[in-house]
Every structure is written in structure tokens, then in C-alpha cells.
Write a protein of this length. Structure first.
Length: 51
């Protein structure tokens, strides 16, 4: 049986992503809106990156 260490998975996720690395950039607004509906202000967007 495989045991996942959730904390290590969360720690391995990047905290800041450049615009050019975003997959399906044209759908970013929809994805940010969905994430923010689940947990308000979970994703911050600025000129060059998302947090």
C-alpha cells in the first residue's frame, strides 16, 4: 500500500509561477475564479506571476 505524505507534497508545490509556465493560459481567469470561490483570495495575480 502506498502512503502519501501530504505535507511533503504541499511543500514541493511552487509558491510563485511565471506567466510563461502556466498551462492553458486562456483558461486562467476561470480557474482563479473557481479557486477563489472555494477559498477566498487563495490565488494572487500580478503583472508577471501568480502566487
Amino acid at each position: 500500500m502506498l502512503t502519501l505524505d501530504i505535507q511533503s507534497i504541499l511543500n514541493s508545490l511552487p509558491h510563485k509561477i511565471p506567466w510563461q509556465d502556466i498551462v492553458q493560459f486562456e483558461k486562467l481567469d476561470d480557474r482563479v475564479a473557481i479557486a477563489n470561490a472555494l477559498c477566498a483570495n487563495i490565488i494572487a495575480v500580478n503583472e508577471n506571476t501568480i502566487y
